[in-house]
Design a protein around this ligand. Structure first.
Ligand code: UD1
Ligand code: CA
Length: 466
């Protein structure tokens, strides 16, 4: 089969400077892994260029099994193959592994080379490289950018007339080191051109490595493509660069959200990994929202809230310091401050959950109120039922969890508890301080507390003088 573009992602390095207990491609990034980002950008680019006629090859080495398992698990619909680079002899050697071990790699008209550690790369940049290559009839292009401190990067040495070459930091002389245009490590090349030159690259350099950068020579039909925005090509080699890259990624998300009409008090102090926030929503400082969450329109999220894998519908209001995980908040519900909603909490429209309330695996219908200091677990609560202060569903008997069902328009007095399993009907009334252990039919009243005994003048026996 013939392919238009083949992408190879070099990811054999150990990432020793990361100092993590996972191979570098699997380093955490925005709730996913580093390798997900160049992978998604290249998939997007290839789908734009030639849908369904693409190939992706990953060169793995360190932590090979872990990396391959992760990719196989998460990219079931992509055409991904692996090449193994046992010893890391350099980037050109890694590319040889790709061509030697992945049969179809040679059947791609063009080859795009990326590294697993450049997560900020964008589809648009890759398309630009590809278009420049084709429009100018070149054999190869390298994405470059300018930095004031070029240390560590290969320097771009442009020749007088046409081509260019790249000098690695280690091999550069004084004058070359001062060059501020650097190599990003992202390339698009004609596959035939690579195959013509790749195998004659030697390791005669200070590092003794096979440099992929040696594919570019002054006399070749190649060009550097300079990008204004260096941040797209930032490499992640240590945890400081990882943090910096995540910050840039969140800044991009915030910019996209503002354009959509999401307002921030101060986006620099928010940690938002999702772009799924609707127009008119308002985000306060120190809010964390993970990549799996979805927030509707006109939602307000006050300071210090943590929102994980949750769905918040239009008009909802999450007050300060609330913690939500695997939760649904329906239209115009109000939660917090200091609420804890645990997995399986489904809060109905116009419901109100107040301070110091914990809710787990429970479905609350429209207009339910649980305003203060309660625990609701494994329960169903019907429309417009009001739960007083300090209510507890006693759902656990030490071995199993049991269910509490409360109907609609009921009133549960403060400091009550239900010992599950138990059913309370519609329009029931539970007197304050009751322990409900038996089912209640619709419209019934329950009280379960001892009668009050009052003795005149007896308090002094108990009051201690100071
Ligand atoms: C490389 C470029 C340099 C460029 C820089 C941009 C070369 C010789 N130099 O340098 O010009 O400015 O990237 O970040 O290419 N890898 C393998 N197998 C190997 C060696 C590397 O798979 O044998 C992978 C690494 O895992 C990494 C990528 O290739 O994902 C880049 O390798 P790295 O060692 O980080 O190259 P740099 O020294 O940064
Ligand atoms: Ca690097």
């Amino acid at each position: 089969m013939k392919y238009e573009v083949g992408t190879v992602i070099l990811s054999a390095g150990a990432g020793t400077r990361m100092n993590l207990n996972v191979p570098k491609p699997l380093a955490p990034f925005m709730g996913d892994c580093l390798v997900d980002y160049p992978l998604r950008a290249s998939v997007a680019m290839m789908n734009t260029v030639a849908p369904s006629k693409n190939l992706i090859g990953l060169v793995t080495g360190h932590g090979r099994d872990l990396v391959e398992n992760y990719i196989n698990e998460n990219y079931k619909n992509e055409n991904i193959s692996y090449a193994f680079q046992k010893e890391q002899l350099g980037t050109a050697h890694a590319l040889r592994c790709y061509f030697d071990q992945i049969e179809d790699s040679k059947n791609c008209e063009y080859t795009m080379v990326l590294c697993a550690d450049t997560p900020l790369i964008e589809e648009a940049s890759l398309l630009h490289l590809y278009n420049e290559l084709k429009n100018k009839g070149l054999d190869g292009v390298a994405a470059t950018f300018s930095v004031s401190a070029p240390k560590g990067y290969g320097r771009i040495i442009r020749s007088e007339d046409k081509g260019f070459h790249i000098v690695e930091e280690k091999d550069a002389n004084e004058q070359e080191r001062r060059v501020q245009e650097v190599n990003s490590g992202v390339y698009v090349l004609k596959t035939s051109f690579i195959l013509e030159h790749l195998y004659s690259i030697d390791s005669e350099n200070k590092a003794g490595e096979f440099y992929l950068t040696d594919l570019f020579k002054d006399e070749f039909n190649v060009a550097p493509i300079l990008f204004d925005d260096a941040s797209s090509f930032l490499g992640v080699n240590n945890l400081e660069q990882l943090e910096k890259s995540e910050t840039i990624m969140r800044r991009r998300i915030a910019t996209a959200l503002r354009v959509k009409g999401v307002r921030f008090v101060d986006a620099r102090h928010t940690y938002i990994n999702t772009q799924k926030i609707g127009r008119g929503s308002f985000i306060h400082p120190y809010v964390n929202i993970d990549e799996k969450s979805e927030i509707g329109e006109n939602v307000t999220i006050e300071p210090g809230c943590i929102i994980i894998n949750s769905k918040i519908e239009d008009g909802a209001h999450v007050k300060a310091y609330s913690h939500l995980e695997e939760v649904v908040l329906r239209n115009s519900s109000v939660v917090g401050p200091y609420a804890r909603l645990r997995p399986g909490a489904d809060i109905g429209p116009e419901s109100k959950i107040g301070n110091f309330v914990e809710i787990k695996k429970s479905k609350l219908d429209r207009g339910v109120k649980v305003s203060h200091l309660s625990y609701v677990g494994d329960a169903e609560i019907g429309e417009e039922t009001n739960i007083g202060c300090g209510f507890i569903t006693c759902n656990y008997d030490g071995a199993n969890k049991h269910k509490t069902v409360i109907g609609k328009k009921s009133f549960i007095g403060s400091d009550s508890q239900t010992v599950a399993p138990v059913n309370i009907g519609d329009e029931c009334f539970v007197a304050s301080g009751s322990t409900v252990t038996h089912d209640m039919s619709d419209g019934s009243f329950a009280i379960s507390r001892t009668k009050q005994v009052t003795k005149e003048n007896m308090a002094k026996r108990f009051l201690k003088s100071k």
